[in-house]
Write a protein that binds this ligand. Structure first.
Ligand code: GSH
Length: 287
């Protein structure tokens, strides 16, 4: 068997890990040409000292390869590397500078911190929404992460990631585990409401940026493979039942931003993407 060209560290629960998966399938890689290693995001395995040695940010995805001096730790760089080493066929990064600028703009748009899916996944606007998240598994996720951060941080006091992330996640864990709603919850709820205003504007802006049939024009590009995981994860986090189900996401955003709707272009673009084999393989359901 041929030596795999690279190893992709991935998890089904990681939205950004599905950028490389989509690139791999759009590029037509044979499964023997690469290998994958699972990193359990839900269990906080991304914080394990072994994984943090590969990716000091403790984020998924990462990519290692015998041809690289050090691991790639960001989905944008990983997508470029996989595409540049593709077995055959067209690149997802066209050479036309104008088109490339458009692609970069779209990718940067969905990677903005202020448009992070963490808003939809982890935050809440009121005690009722927080309660539903607590019982719906998010509380366990946040708690698992905290336990791992504390455990790994105690054993590895020199690793900067633990010093940074333990108090950060700890604040969220405190909100999730508190017996009653206090002033810090009120602040959290307010920040969430503000977050949804920004998020709704970001979705509208994306709609205006999209070309059709695909994000940057008539061919699938690197832009499409970044936007799909970003949107799919938010659709899933709000309870989307099937891959075309925008309703729960629309309804959740509209709760904070009355009258909000998912744009027509976004819906058409999504329908076009969901016809692709790469989409069907990686999104048999929303995640
Ligand atoms: N900029 C990075 C972000 C990766 C990222 O935030 N991944 C999430 C999962 S989708 C993660 O690993 N989060 C774990 C954490 O931050 O603790 C990329 O695009 O690869």
């Amino acid at each position: 068997m041929a030596t795999p060209k690279f190893t992709l560290y991935t998890d089904f629960a990681s939205q950004w890990a599905y950028v490389p998966h989509l690139v791999i399938d759009e590029n037509g890689y044979d499964p023997a040409e690469y290998e994958t290693k699972q990193v359990g995001l839900l269990e906080g395995e991304n914080f394990s000292p072994a994984y943090v040695k590969i990716n000091p940010n403790g984020t998924i995805p990462s990519l290692t390869s015998p041809t690289l001096a050090k691991p790639l730790v960001d989905s944008v760089d990983i997508a470029k590397y996989i595409d540049a080493n593709r077995p055959s066929g067209p690149s997802l990064f066209p050479t036309d500078p104008k088109q490339l600028a458009k692609i970069d703009q779209l990718i940067a748009h969905v990677h903005q911190d202020k448009l992070s899916t963490n808003l939809v996944l982890l935050q809440a606007s009121n005690a009722q929404e927080l309660g539903a998240k607590k019982t719906g598994g998010i509380g366990t996720f946040v708690g698992n992460r905290q336990r791992k951060l504390v455990e790994y941080g105690a054993a590895n006091p020199d690793v900067p990631l633990y010093a940074m992330r333990t108090p950060q996640n700890g604040q969220l864990n405190d909100l999730y585990t508190a017996d009653k709603v206090g002033p810090e919850h009120e602040e959290f709820f307010k920040a969430t409401e503000e977050g949804y205003q920004v998020y709704a504007a970001g979705l509208r802006e994306l709609d205006s940026m999209l070309e059709l049939p695909f994000a940057a024009g008539d061919k699938v590009t690197a832009a499409d493979v970044h936007i799909v995981p970003w949107l799919a994860h938010a659709m899933w986090a709000t309870g989307g039942k099937d891959v075309g189900d925008f309703e729960p996401l629309r309804a959740r955003v509209a709760k904070s931003v009355p009258g909000f709707d998912v744009g027509e272009k976004t819906r058409k673009w999504w329908a076009n993407m969901s016809e692709r084999e790469s989409f069907k393989k990686n999104y048999p359901k929303l995640h």
